[in-house]
Design a binder for this molecule. Sequence first.
Ligand SMILES: CC(C)(COP(=O)(O)OP(=O)(O)OC[C@H]1O[C@@H](n2cnc3c(N)ncnc32)[C@H](O)[C@@H]1OP(=O)(O)O)[C@@H](O)C(=O)NCCC(=O)NCCS
Length: 175
Amino acid sequence: MLDPVDIPSSAGSCCVMNKHSFEIRRFRAADVAAVACLYRRAVRIGAAHAYPRTALIAWATPRQGISFLRNRLLATWTFVATDVAGRVLGFCEVMQNGHVRMLFTDPTATRRGIATALLDRGLAQARATGIRRFDTDASRVSAPVFARAGFRCTGRRMRGVSRARLLSHRMIRRG
Ligand SMILES: CC(C)(COP(=O)(O)OP(=O)(O)OC[C@H]1O[C@@H](n2cnc3c(N)ncnc32)[C@H](O)[C@@H]1OP(=O)(O)O)[C@@H](O)C(=O)NCCC(=O)NCCS
């Protein structure tokens, strides 16, 4: 793992668990199947109102296999949100250079602050190593989440994601 400085595992997590609460923890190898499944659901269901179906199908079909994904998520600052039963509700991947690469919440668990909490945790981890500039290519769906977290839009562009080309918002945050 990349962790020169690992902030305490309790930071950003939720202590009192009820059916609506969630806990944030570091991604583990055993999470990869749940994360891959959540990714497909979040794209195909959660982003269905924002992109054409053909783009969604391509976006939901990663170029790389599951072991590649597992190894990459272990090597970056990746956090998952889990419910009281341990089910993965969302995940966020932050790269060592401050790039937020992935942010997804299961369609059954949106608008509960899960993406915001995951992003907070990922940025805090990066900040602990001295990173003070963050960027992302936000989808049409996630741009409001990043805006609320202090990112500002610097432009829009078509970019390749998995097998799709999607209109994305280039967003930056300092500090
Ligand atoms: C985008 C996504 C990650 C948001 O996850 P989430 O856990 O629902 O986000 P949060 O609950 O933290 O939302 C925080 C705030 O962002 C804004 N927001 C979130 N989803 C929004 C939406 N669909 N439309 C408008 N604003 C939205 C709201 O201001 C929200 O606060 P509020 O619920 O108090 O109004 C999730 O909807 C998702 O996975 N979507 C599909 C895939 C995708 O596009 N992922 C991003 C790839 S870059």
